[in-house]
Design a protein around this ligand. Sequence first.
Ligand SMILES: [Cu+2]
Length: 297
Amino acid sequence: MRPPSTRRQFLASTGLTALAVTAGCVSSGSTGSAGDSGNGTETTTPTPTETATPESTPESLDDWLDDANGYDGDPRQYGPAEQPAIMVGEETDDGLAFDPPVIEISPMTNVRWDWTGHGGQQNVVALDGTFDSGRTNAQPGTGYHYIFDEVGEYRYVSEPHRDEGMKGAVIVREQQSSGYPAVDNWLAATGNFDGTVTDQTGSAEATVVVGAEGNGGTFAFDPPALKISPETTVVWEWADNAGPHKIISKDDGPLDSGSVATDSDTTYEYTFAETGIYLYACAPHRGLGMKGAVVVE
Ligand SMILES: [Cu+2]
């Protein structure tokens, strides 16, 4: 019964680098392959309109998403170097859904939708026409993707299921700079970093949760970037069921929480005497973007 592998399935299995080649095309639709080289931004069709603000939709995004299946009110955050993949036709308690239904990304992020094959015919259509995967398709392995080059809020639906709550949104926010290039570079692929540096200057103590939600699981420091004054003690507290983590400075910095710890009672603390920028990661999860920064000034 399962249809033969589509080109999209092949590309998906060969890794992320292959994805950029097929920007803006549906792999198993009649439009065929774009086959373009480069990052494909030139070939995304239709061309986005001047502003991405949804017209004639006075309803706020939150209100509109109120009945979005599978949405708990928290957009999934992605860092500038990540390539989000959204499942089309996830079976949730609410009904058929996009998963994750709402994402927050930086401009120029390549977002991919992958058909699960559940729920029959599906498509991915922005209400304001910014992107449109074309006619519906029920084949698992169908893919569509779009590079978002304009800041805005993009509401979309799967047309056959829009009245049943199969809706989603892509929030494209200005790529924030923290004002600290070293921090921005270090956290470029950290999904829960949006340029915000949490200011705790003047506090004697600041807390960072280890194993917070982010980076595709409980692989985040919260907050990922922290600003403190000299002599502040930072306490890293392992979240409940956070899994195994270990804090280690980038290069030969001063942070090292010792052996990998799983216990939710684990804490590690360090008092920063000197001003500077301290970059660190979780040793087992650095590759997933589980990184943090402390600015002492
Ligand atoms: Cu970790």
